[in-house]
Ligand binder design. Structure first.
Ligand SMILES: Cc1ncc(COP(=O)(O)O)c(C=O)c1O
Length: 454
């Protein structure tokens, strides 16, 4: 074991979103192989992956067709860049497909490597757009409490999760926060969903008035908040937010990193919730998580203003070495072709109906389960100490983490964000695998319940 790759990981690897001291002692779960919707660890344990890894692997964990495309591209043109008027065939292919699928009129696609870079790019574009229009004071970005938008400096600044800020000493980047639209948790006693929605959008408008619309460039929001706890907005929320922002000349940026490419039952989450953003970020599902590629998708009205400004300067001073990398672009282009052949939005609706029916039948009545929510093939389970009063658990009990650990022991991988369990499976999952997934979660809930009663 001392010379195993696992021990080397413990010695040399400073991990993302991990407690480093605990990692030094306990080490990682080494995943060595993917087989369809399963991943297999170094001891040969098989896990049915209910989270697509990190909300990514829409096509499962291995795919011959994509492996062949990647290998063929490596042999044809393994690397090149897109600075200074260079491009390559896969790059042109993928941007055309993203633009075709995009609900934003006249979409242009700026390729980057991660969701964080895509969100950074949208913010920089929003600032550039306002400079181009002679409005340099329009700089603030509205985000929401509980939001996750990535880990770069701007991504973290946009985030509304305390651990993304604590001890990082992030610079002031003019981010202001609206309330997370979570009716189950934040609705007042006796308040209807409609009244809650009225209150939320009223508070947003008050925030805009108090800060001054002339100081606000954009609002960023996920259609369904993923890492924020699979939070679905109250009915009518987004169309009303869109109307308020348009009235105040504020751009709406849809973070589609989790919701994009079929997850919510339409190609993009904004379509499911009835709004058209000015820009959107896509990542994860764009390549089924197989290679790092992401994009900012920009509406024509924003693009034209930015292009004129860049023309005045002589260059648009933004971009990354691997923007439009031929291998990542080739894989993503083939992923999108596969999604279109499969009709992933339709598949998400079909599989989602099965998943939600199963959760309703086997999990909803469990004493630890407060709410089951989501859309398409994306679900969240809110764990509570008291179902009747919706009282949350003391966070120190780490009930969500307990359930996650028990799921793994039952051969099922989900994720807990605090006391919310998230489910975001590959679209290649079968209905019997969904039954197995829900069965594992139900068994884990039973285990956790017994543990808590000790
Ligand atoms: C909604 C959302 N936005 C942005 C990101 C950041 O993406 P990345 O980790 O690729 O930078 C994530 C990652 O989980 C995400 O869930």
């Amino acid at each position: 074991m001392l010379n195993s790759l696992r021990s080397r990981d413990m010695a040399y690897h400073f991990h993302s979103q991990t407690n480093p001291r605990r990692h030094e002692l306990d080490g990682p779960l080494m995943i060595v192989k993917g087989e369809g919707c399963h991943v297999i660890d170094e001891l040969g344990n098989r896990y049915l992956e209910g989270m697509g890894g990190l909300w990514c692997a829409s096509l499962g964990f291995e795919n011959e067709r994509l492996a062949e495309v990647a290998a063929a591209q490596m042999k044809t043109l393994a690397t090149y860049h897109t600075f200074n008027y260079r491009s390559n065939d896969p790059c042109a292919d993928v941007v055309e497909q993203v633009a075709e699928l995009s609900p934003i009129p006249g979409s242009r696609v700026f390729l980057v490597n991660s969701g964080s870079e895509a969100n950074d790019t949208m913010v920089k574009l929003a600032w550039y757009y306002n400079i181009a229009r002679g409005k340099p004071l329009k700089r603030k970005i509205i985000s929401r409490t509980g939001a996750f938008h990535g880990s770069t400096v701007m991504g973290a600044a946009l985030g509304g999760l305390p651990h993304m800020h604590e001890s990082f000493n992030l610079p002031g980047l003019n981010v202001i926060y609206a309330e997370k639209p979570h009716f189950y948790k934040n609705g007042l006693p006796g308040e209807s969903e409609e009244a809650y929605c009225n209150r939320l959008v009223g508070e947003l408008e008050n925030l805009i008035d108090a800060e001054g619309p002339d100081t606000i460039a954009a609002m960023i929001a996920e259609p369904i908040m993923g890492a924020g706890g699979v939070v679905t907005p109250p009915a009518g929320y987004f169309p009303r937010v869109r109307e308020i922002l348009t009235r105040h000349d504020i751009l709406l940026l849809s973070d589609e990193v989790v919701c994009g490419f079929g997850r919510s039952g339409n190609w993009f989450g904004c379509e499911t919730f009835g709004f058209v953003p000015d820009m959107m970020s896509v990542a994860k599902g764009l390549s089924s998580g197989y290679v790092p590629i992401a994009a900012a998708v920009i509406g024509d009205h924003v693009y034209q203003t930015i292009a004129d400004e860049a023309d005045r300067i002589g260059v648009f001073g933004h971009g990354f070495t691997y923007s439009g990398h031929p291998v990542t672009a080739a894989v993503a282009a083939e992923v999108l072709r596969t999604y279109r052949e499969m009709d992933v939005p339709g598949r998400a609706r079909e599989l989602g109906n099965h998943l939600f029916a199963k959760l309703e039948a086997s999990v909803a009545g469990h004493p630890l389960v407060g709410e089951i929510r989501g859309a398409g093939f994306l679900a969240g389970i809110e764990l509570v100490a008291d179902k009747g009063t919706r009282t949350p658990f003391d966070p120190a009990l780490k009930v969500g983490a307990l359930v996650e650990g028990r799921c793994r022991a039952h051969g099922v991988m989900i994720r807990n964000m605090g006391d919310v369990i998230s489910i975001c499976p590959p679209f290649v999952m079968t209905t019997s695998q969904i039954d197995e997934l829900v069965g594992g979660i139900a068994a884990a809930l039973e285990d956790a319940h017994a543990e808590l009663r000790k």
